[in-house]
Design a protein. Structure first.
Length: 333
């Protein structure tokens, strides 16, 4: 029974978002406990040398595992970074006690495998203010903050940081090669990376303009527009996901907060676009911290809006990431 519960929790956990869909996690099951490890072989040594984005990705997977246990009526007991001697051990989750699952928890769990990251512009319909407030509250539950940027000047400045970062990243040959490794060509059978069916074939300009990454690296791959109607397209509501400190536990909590708010948005029919480019350049991340996030440490730029989504996604199977206790331990180098 415990083995079946662990498999179900991991099967849900793998649907978490991760930078470039690297899926940088491994799980070890031991009775009524799952250990989540960061998989260093799936890291991004050029873009993410400190592993901050990797830990955020693992935090999102951790939230999914916790949510899966709640859907089964269990109370997850979670310890984040429980063993300083194992730096790749992100968390341990166990389940002993039970409690009724709420309707809202069921709604969140229903969206785990349906949620998609948006990579484009949004329809002009504004996101209701009460929904944005709910997303801010959801992020705060996991020790992070979603800061909605409403000032036009600050929105433009934040868009400029994404534009600047994207230009710098495209001129860095090492970064381009690293990105290309996680952007398979059309027809690929890979179960990781960013498939062609998950991003637009051409950029949609908005005012201000928040460019997405060029996963096709000049080949023109990607999805064609769902509609040819010449409707105005907008950037959407803009926010920053931040934490008060910048330690590894904050990164994990930022990932949990991210996944909670993404699922909350999805239950309301709202899409979210993620921009991590400015946070991969230390000098630009520091500018965002000091000038645009009130001194809090920024992790992602989020754009939130209404959009019809047809993006596809891929994930590795449970047997690729779940190992029994006593199996070869994940690398901790």
């Amino acid at each position: 029974m415990s083995g079946e519960i662990a498999r179900y929790a991991v099967a849900e956990a793998v649907w978490a978002p991760s930078v470039h869909n690297t899926q940088p996690w491994r799980f070890v099951a031991d009775g009524q406990q799952i250990s989540l490890y960061a998989d260093l072989d799936r890291g991004l040594p050029v873009a993410d040398p400190d592993g901050r984005e990797m830990m955020i990705s693992c935090g999102a997977a951790l939230f999914n595992a916790r949510l899966a246990l709640r859907r089964l009526g269990y109370i997850p007991e979670t310890r984040v970074l429980p063993d300083p001697g194992q730096p790749t051990l992100v968390a341990r989750v166990s389940w002993r006690l039970r409690a009724p699952v709420s309707e809202f928890e069921r709604h969140l769990a229903d969206r785990v495998q349906l949620r998609r990251t948006h990579r484009g512009a949004f329809d002009p319909e504004p996101v209701p203010g009460d929904l944005l407030a709910a997303l801010c509250r959801s992020a705060a539950r996991d020790g992070a903050a979603l800061r909605i940027v409403t000032d036009d000047g600050q929105r433009a400045a934040l868009a400029a940081t994404v534009q600047t970062a994207e230009r710098h990243l495209r001129l860095d040959a090492e970064r381009v090669r690293e990105l290309a490794r996680w952007a398979p060509a059309p027809g690929s059978a890979r179960r990781d990376g960013v498939p062609v069916s998950s991003y637009p074939g051409r950029a949609e300009r908005t005012d201000p303009y928040f460019p997405c990454r060029d996963f096709s690296y000049g080949h023109g791959w990607g999805m064609q527009p769902l509609s040819t109607a010449r409707l105005p397209r907008v950037a959407g509501a803009v926010g920053l996901l931040t934490t008060v400190a910048d330690r590894r536990e904050n990164w994990v909590n930022a990932g949990q907060a991210l996944q909670r708010l993404l699922l909350t948005a999805s239950t309301c029919g709202v899409a979210v676009a993620l921009h991590s480019q400015p946070m991969e350049l230390p000098w630009l991340r520091e500018f965002v911290r000091t000038q645009l996030s009130g001194g809090a440490y920024p992790h992602l730029v989020l754009r939130i809006g209404m959009a019809v989504q047809a993006a596809d996604s891929v994930r590795r199977g449970v047997d690729d990431v779940l190992f029994p206790s006593g199996a070869a331990a994940p690398s901790s180098n």
